[in-house]
Design a protein around this ligand. Structure first.
Ligand code: SAM
Ligand code: SF4
Length: 324
């Protein structure tokens, strides 16, 4: 088991497979992807080795993320490779849902257990304003198809944005009455590039939390390898609500995840100053023990908190760099 010096255990890996993205979310890549076109992202074999090494140290869940993971033509192979790794119980994916109805059947057939879809508004015009794409209906159709296919966990990520969607909570709640999904409201996080946007649009999740409790929602007890969301359920709703409040006290105390960048850097925190390059240890299957020893040693450097509440966002310019 991977453990840090504060006794936290790491069962969950967020594995970025590209930092390229085809959306222009206002809080993440407002000017679109600006990286160099010749970036060399981890190959399928390298990704397989990452998955195997983490699984050998107790990781049970791997989330494939990006940038936008679906820009990679070999995404179905990546899903299948993660799923086939002994010890991995959950192969998960976070996506912006581009062309989801055309793709979801292939991903399900590859073994996808959990789908997180980013939908920041249920209003088509606001969805367009936030992402730069008129594709809301496509995402909603893809989500229904994911449910039809029986993907075990289907969640929606919604970043709470003042003046954009914080006045649409009723609409989200009405939608959840009959949708057996979890809708996770995520507090906007400040990154290196979005300071001005953050000051204008950040909303604390606490008001929403109080509203839910007043309206009869009950907080759910969560599994060991679950994320940091506080979850709520209600007898009148098929859907659940998650609240991710990274600025709340003790958020980091339950940290159970590590991150790998698409170029093979280990990030001990979403807001680390920089990643630790381990690509040289991903070149052959017989390097696994060396890689595991390296991981164990580096975990000692993991800090107690992200210090985001002090305005510190480390070297993270935007979350597309690392996958959130
Ligand atoms: N492109 C995929 C997507 O959007 O789902 C995966 C990568 S994206 C970086 C992962 C998640 O991070 C998305 O749900 C996105 O909304 C969220 N995110 C991005 N920037 C954020 C920020 N500054 N604060 C909070 N959440 C953010
Ligand atoms: Fe792309 Fe996801 Fe960032 Fe939006 S949040 S710009 S979809 S990486």
């Amino acid at each position: 088991m991977l453990q840090d010096s504060f006794g936290r255990e790491f069962h969950y890996l967020r594995l970025s497979v590209t930092d390229v993205c085809n959306f222009r979310c206002t809080y993440c890549l407002p000017d679109g992807y600006e990286g160099k076109p010749d970036r060399a992202f981890l190959s399928l074999d390298e990704l397989r080795r990452v998955a195997a090494a983490f699984a050998a140290t107790g990781t049970t869940k791997i989330r494939i993320t990006g940038g936008e993971p679906s820009v990679r033509a070999d995404l179905p192979d990546i899903i299948a490779a993660v799923k086939a790794t002994p010890g991995i119980r959950t192969a998960a994916l976070t996506t912006n849902g581009y062309k989801l109805p055309e793709r979801i059947d292939t991903w399900a057939a590859a073994g996808l257990d959990a789908l997180n879809l980013s939908i920041d508004s249920l209003d088509p015009a606001m969805f367009h304003a936030i992402t730069g794409h008129e594709r809301l209906q496509e995402l909603l159709d893809g989500l229904d198809r994911a449910l039809e296919l029986g993907i075990a966990t289907v969640k929606v990520n919604t970043v709470l944005l003042r003046g954009c969607n914080d006045n649409q909570i009723d609409r989200f709640l009405a939608w959840l009455r009959d949708k057996p999904i979890t809708l996770r409201f995520i507090e906007l996080m400040q990154t290196g590039d979005n300071g001005e946007f953050f000051r204008r649009h950040h909303v604390a999740g606490e008001d929403l939390r109080r509203r839910l409790l007043t309206e009869g929602w009950t907080q759910t007890i969560r599994a060991r390898d679950a994320g940091p969301a506080q979850e709520f359920h209600h007898a009148d709703y098929r859907g659940r609500i998650g609240l991710i409040m990274p600025y709340s006290k003790d958020f980091c105390a339950t940290c159970n995840r590590l991150r790998m960048s698409a170029t093979g850097k280990l990030h001990l925190c979403l807001f680390s100053e920089h990643g630790i390059d381990l690509r040289h240890l991903l070149q052959a299957d017989d390097q696994r023990d060396e890689l595991i020893a390296f991981l164990r040693a580096r975990l000692a450097d993991k800090k107690v908190s992200h210090f985001l509440q002090d305005g510190f966002s480390g070297g993270t310019r935007h979350l597309a760099m690392l996958g959130g």
